[in-house]
Design a binder for this molecule. Structure first.
Ligand code: LRH
Ligand code: MN
Length: 433
């Protein structure tokens, strides 16, 4: 692969110089404010640097809806160009060293070559993702009426084998987890026997479970609807939890924030899955209506803070084997995906650091003292604390950008990629998908 443009540390340091004076002032001021709360700001910088988030390989290309997709300039055309963009994001925000692959979208010719390419950019591979919600060219049997729960055992076998291939590839790439999301369900009352299809799901998943190496985990991802619009086999956390328990200690429940009906109390679902020892981790995004896959923290920032409040409380409470996977799963239809992913990664770290600002003694006091307003005020004090200087210092000390978006735009990365990656002629749309 011939040399391509990349953002170098020198350029980032140069851009940071402009911002250092005001950052030092803001950081000093915040340090004094937090000291009054007996909080050492350096502890929070360390926390900010500790949070690691995985970027979805499918998130660096422009997303779309069934109505249209408006490709941007310099779209990545293959997994290597996707990793290049993930590398640029990591260079600037320093909290995204992991990439989650989706198979077969990212199927490499050589796993070793892909691993080397990733490592050269400081990247490693997080959970693998299988795909039995689309039919691939040349695929023998269709997933039109389901995959792991399809009435035809041959289709279920085909879907199981695909998942086993994903795990084999993941082993070669150093991944330690496999995410299974299936769109199986029905569009009509009577189309599926609800109890039968769940039995079939467990039968199929137990074959996938058996193939897991000892140090791997399988993540079950529930979703309340879409692509099925009447019933979905794995539709909520309760069904996911039941299946994870039935499958065994290596099975866990993945919470994609957009996979819940509006106004569902997701932070309480997180607390339950933590308590039951079955929280796999997250696909972070935001939404207003359905599975909108909007940028994390763009619609409901307080909800994201409340979720991290549960995670930090569990972490401080030394909940055994508490090791949730943090992944973004977003679709960027109108923004530069790199900018959206950087801003989302920054907002996850922000919510995590703010959750460490919660005065847990005061909160417990208010809870046990039946003082709801004081409890809310204790959370709000943390949520309304502007921790931006901490996040910027954490990035800068890790040779990242104080202002990732401004530095990215100043680098001209997107324009350079537009030159390096001439756009493929898009076929004329022939109707809505
Ligand atoms: C399903 C989902 C799943 C992925 C896909 C790209 O809505 O969240 O995690 O496989 O999006
Ligand atoms: Mn998801």
């Amino acid at each position: 692969m011939n040399a391509t443009f990349g953002i170098d540390d020198g350029f980032i340091a140069e851009q940071n110089q402009k911002a250092e004076p005001w950052l030092a002032e803001d950081f000093g001021h915040l340090a004094r404010k937090l000291r009054r709360r007996n909080i050492d700001i350096e502890d929070l910088v360390a926390k900010a640097q500790a949070l690691q988030v995985a970027v979805p390989s499918w998130g660096v290309g422009t997303g779309g809806t069934r109505f249209a997709r408006f490709p941007g300039a310099g779209e990545p055309r293959n997994i290597f160009e996707k990793l290049e963009d993930c590398g640029a994001i990591f260079k600037l925000v320093r909290s995204t060293p992991a990439v989650s692959l989706h198979i077969p979208w990212d199927q490499p010719d050589s796993a070793a070559q892909l691993l080397e390419f990733a490592r050269a950019r400081g990247l490693h591979f997080d959970a693998m993702n299988s795909n039995t919600f689309q039919d691939q060219p040349g695929q023998e049997l269709s997933y039109k009426f389901g995959s792991l729960t399809h009435p035809d055992p041959a289709v279920r076998k085909q879907a199981i084998e695909h998942n086993l291939e994903c795990i084999e590839l993941g082993k070669a790439l150093g991944s330690k987890a496999h995410t299974v999301w299936i769109g199986d369900g029905g569009n009509f009352p009577g189309q599926q026997h609800f109890r039968m299809v769940l039995e079939r799901y467990l039968e199929s998943m137990s074959e996938i479970y058996q193939a897991l190496p000892d140090d791997w985990r399988v993540f079950i991802e529930h979703k309340f609807y879409e692509p099925a619009f009447y019933s979905t086999v794995i539709n909520d956390w309760g069904t996911s939890y039941y299946c994870a328990r039935e499958l065994g200690p290596k099975a866990f429940c993945l919470v994609d924030l957009g996979h819940h009906a509006p106004n569902v109390n997701i932070e309480m679902i997180v607390a339950r899955l933590i308590q039951f020892g079955k929280l796999a981790g997250f696909h972070f995004n935001d939404s207003k209506y359905g599975d909108d896959d909007l940028d994390s923290c763009s619609i409901k920032p307080f909800q994201l803070f409340l979720i991290f409040n549960e995670l930090v409380d569990a972490g401080l409470g030394q909940v055994p084997d508490f090791d949730p996977a943090y992944m973004l799963d977003q679709s960027h239809n109108i923004t530069d995906p790199i900018e959206s992913l950087m801003m989302s990664a920054v907002e996850l770290v922000r919510s995590y650091v703010q959750a460490h600002l919660v005065d847990r003694h005061a909160l417990a006091d208010a809870q046990e003292g039946c003082d709801p307003l004081r409890a809310l005020a204790t959370l709000k004090q943390a949520f309304t604390t502007d921790v931006s200087p901490i996040l910027a210092v954490a990035r800068e000390r890790a040779r990242g950008a104080i202002d990732p978006i401004a530095t990215y735009r100043a680098s001209g990365y997107r324009q350079r990629k537009a030159e390096e990656r001439p756009a493929k002629k898009e076929a004329r749309a022939s109707g809505i998908v």
